[in-house]
Design a protein around this ligand. Structure first.
Ligand SMILES: [Ca+2]
Length: 415
């Protein structure tokens, strides 16, 4: 995600990263079609064989052999089965949350290039796949809604970052006329545009905030059950603290998102549309000019419109991006990949994104209603997003987690 800094320095149209990370360096001169051809050639020439049990577990259904070769090359063989803790007791599950039993799992994502619905990005920051062990926790069943966020604001008087005038201290080089409260809004161009410049569909809109997600002439009346958006990481963390919760670590988010499955492409399995059924609010049609809404929704949808995952979590893919607590670095997984297992990882100590080295970024997960295989496929469960922790947009929201308190024996639940 691009930060406010660029816009406020005088760029009229400024984009948050949205669904799009910078293309992987090795992809720069290779088109998707060429890459697929290359993979097919590799498969045919080298006669790659799928390893036994790992392949049967990881190989997506509905893929061609060459697609699967890509999948395996991308790390599929690195996934192993999740090992669950024996629950000592779930305690009293807070309202609106689900109990996520701790365990050890394989974290990360494959290279989806060449796969059905896989898109064109290699997702290098999601590898190596590595083992992670987590304590049990509770997670919100849905993204935090407008109604919930309004209760927080009413109780505390909190003012989100988008509602505040950017300060001279934070943006020392910006012209004074650009220091106005506002936020990023997706605005579809009137016609098909090349996908090499996202400034064509993101704008910094004065007066855009959580109550006016697409600008001052829009509102959230009648949208109590929509995810709150136009909240930056700092806003989300403030809400979580008020609610007696916290933002999930990236590892907790992915573990929960996988719904008890091991090494699958999506939160529900290995096919984007099992049996032809849409499982998430993403983008169909022609990106970015025409959102066809074939999945039932153009733009943001209310929560709980698609099936929950194995843990009862709704909209874990698509609809709105979700902030995680971890700082973002593309090389973080490499730093823990030699561990036999990493316990309760909390991310790197600092942030670094080669796309924008000076901007402090937090991890985002899950993708949004703008994700599509024409542009970005971060509705895939192991993939990673990122964003300036002080920037928001109309497709970024969040959900919270909570630690499981020790339970006395006589209060232990049976399940
Ligand atoms: Ca949609």
């Amino acid at each position: 995600m691009k930060s406010k800094a660029l816009i406020l320095l005088g760029v009229t149209l400024v984009a948050l990263q949205a669904c799009k990370n910078h293309p992987d360096k090795t992809e720069n001169n290779v088109t998707s079609a060429a890459k697929v051809t290359e993979v097919k050639k590799t498969y045919i020439v080298k006669k790659i064989n799928f390893p036994g049990s790992a392949a049967s577990m990881c190989r997506p259904t509905g893929l061609t052999r060459s697609d699967s070769a890509t999948f395996m090359e991308g790390g599929g063989r690195e996934f192993r089965e999740t090992v669950f803790d024996k629950p000592a007791g779930v305690g009293e599950v807070p309202a609106g949350m689900k109990f996520i039993d701790g365990g050890e799992f394989s974290m990360g994502g494959v290279n989806p290039v060449g796969m059905n619905d896989g898109g064109h990005e290699m997702m290098n920051d999601a590898r190596p796949v590595h083992r992670v062990a987590l304590h049990s926790f509770y997670m919100d069943a849905t993204e935090v809604t407008n109604k919930q966020f309004a209760a927080f604001v009413k109780a505390t008087g909190y003012v989100t970052v988008a509602e505040q005038k950017p300060t001279r201290e934070e943006f020392p080089d910006a012209p004074e006329e650009n220091l106005v409260a506002g936020s990023m809004v997706f605005i579809a161009p009137p016609q098909k545009v090349p996908l090499n410049n996202y400034l064509q569909w993101w704008d910094y809109v004065k007066g855009a905030d959580w109550r006016h997600p697409e600008g001052p002439n829009t509102n959230i009346i009648g949208k109590d059950n929509y995810p709150v958006v136009q909240v930056c990481w700092q806003d989300a963390a403030a809400y979580a603290k008020w609610a007696g919760k916290r933002l999930p670590t990236e590892a907790e988010w992915e573990y929960a998102a996988r719904g008890g499955e091991s090494g699958k492409l999506y939160a529900w399995g290995n096919e984007l549309k099992p049996g032809g059924k849409w499982m998430a609010n993403i983008f169909e049609g022609s990106f970015p000019d025409k959102d066809a809404g074939i999945d039932g929704f153009k733009g943001l949808a209310p929560v709980k419109q698609f099936p929950a995952n194995g843990y009862g979590l709704y909209d874990i893919a698509g609809n709105a991006w979700e902030w995680c607590n971890d700082w973002y670095r593309p090389d973080y997984y490499q730093t823990v990949s030699n561990n036999k297992v990493t316990n309760n990882p909390k991310g790197p100590a600092d942030s670094y994104d080669p796309d924008e080295p000076g901007v402090k970024k937090k991890v985002q997960r899950g993708g949004s209603f703008l994700c599509t295989d024409q542009y970005c496929t971060r509705y895939m469960v192991g993939t990673r997003g990122k964003g300036d922790y002080r920037s928001a947009s109309n497709h970024i929201g969040f959900r919270c987690v909570k630690d499981v308190a020790p339970v006395s024996a006589n209060k232990m639940a049976s399940n």
